[in-house]
Design a protein around this ligand. Structure first.
Ligand code: DAK
Length: 258
């Protein structure tokens, strides 16, 4: 049981709802710690194959880090906040199961960073993204300067970080920040549909793909080498044999996760 999260498990998909609607689901310390704990447990739970993160209510996904917690922070406390936030977001990015952000409204500051730490993003039509920290006299602290460049390129990332302006869902789609836009009443259904298209494949292959894709951006690891390693390791699994055989035999594969 969590204080600031609601979790729902159905048909192998865990939906995590960030539940602080009064504060537009702003991420306070407690919520960040709960989120990391929830992802770590989901990763080890065989009944979970995919994860959706969304916000409570129709107005906001996450309106940022909880600005109230920034008041009077000592350097040590600020470092602690950065540490727990970066650790949680890396846990999401490195999760071996696909994590999808269903962006149901504002995804600002830490909210945009949270969505970017997920592997996939679907937004409702009224969603707005942005890194408005510059307006508060601070900069993004949960990877936003790095990940926004990765998704939309340096030119536009520089503009949005420096102006603090919001990015509409339509622009987010055009820039490659999100996978789809849908009417708000179809957000969860579309998210489930996309995850189902993924989790029908072998969980071993899915985690290998995620690791390989992540390593493209990891300067400590050579992406192409990693891809070769992961590609090689796939051939140790029965699932790869089954997948290849099923294709050749023109039938659906039955993956057993080994
Ligand atoms: N934190 C805390 N409370 C928030 C909040 C936030 N980020 N955003 C909204 N709220 C609260 C409001 O204070 C208000 O509470 P009450 O006044 O009713 O008690 C309630 O949610 C409803 O908000 P509004 O009344 O403002 O609603 P509006 O529809 O008028 O406006 C808005 C919606 C999203 C445009 C507006 O609330 C807004 O501009 N919110 C702030 C957005 C923002 O600046 N987000 C970025 C936060 S800074 C780091 C780690 C992380 C970060 C930086 C460094 N290190 C540790 C180094 C990340 C920083 C951020 O994310």
């Amino acid at each position: 049981m969590y204080t600031n999260l609601i979790t729902e498990l159905s048909n192998y998909i865990l939906t995590i709802i960030i539940n602080r609607p009064k504060y537009l689901n702003a991420l306070n310390r407690q919520t960040v710690l709960e989120l990391e704990d929830c992802i770590l447990k989901a990763q080890e739970n065989n009944l979970i194959k995919g994860i959706i993160i969304t916000g409570s209510g129709e107005k906001s996904f996450v309106a940022g880090a909880d600005i109230k917690e920034f008041i009077g922070l000592s350097e040590t406390e600020a470092r602690y906040l950065a540490h727990i936030g970066q650790s949680a977001f890396k846990t999401i990015e490195n999760c071996k199961k696909p994590v999808l952000a269903a962006v149901n409204g504002f995804a600002l500051g830490g909210g945009c960073e949270l969505a970017m730490a997920c592997h996939l993003r679907i937004a409702s039509e009224h969603a707005e993204f942005g890194q408005p920290e510059v307006k508060l006299g601070i900069i993004a602290g949960y990877g936003g300067t790095q990940r926004l460049i990765q998704y939309i390129g340096k030119t536009k990332a520089t503009e949005y970080h420096l102006t603090g302006k919001n990015i509409s869902a339509e622009n987010a789609l055009n820039f490659g920040l999100i996978n789809y836009i849908v009417p708000k009443d179809q957000l969860i259904a579309k998210s489930i549909e996309l995850l189902n298209d993924i989790i029908k494949h072998s969980p071993i292959t899915i985690s290998a793909v995620l690791r390989s894709l992540n390593s493209f951006y990891d300067i400590n690891e050579k992406g192409f080498e990693s891809e070769i390693n992961e590609f090689g390791k796939c051939f140790l699994t029965n699932d790869s044999k089954e997948g290849i055989a099923a294709f050749l035999e023109k039938r659906k594969p039955i993956f057993k996760g080994n």
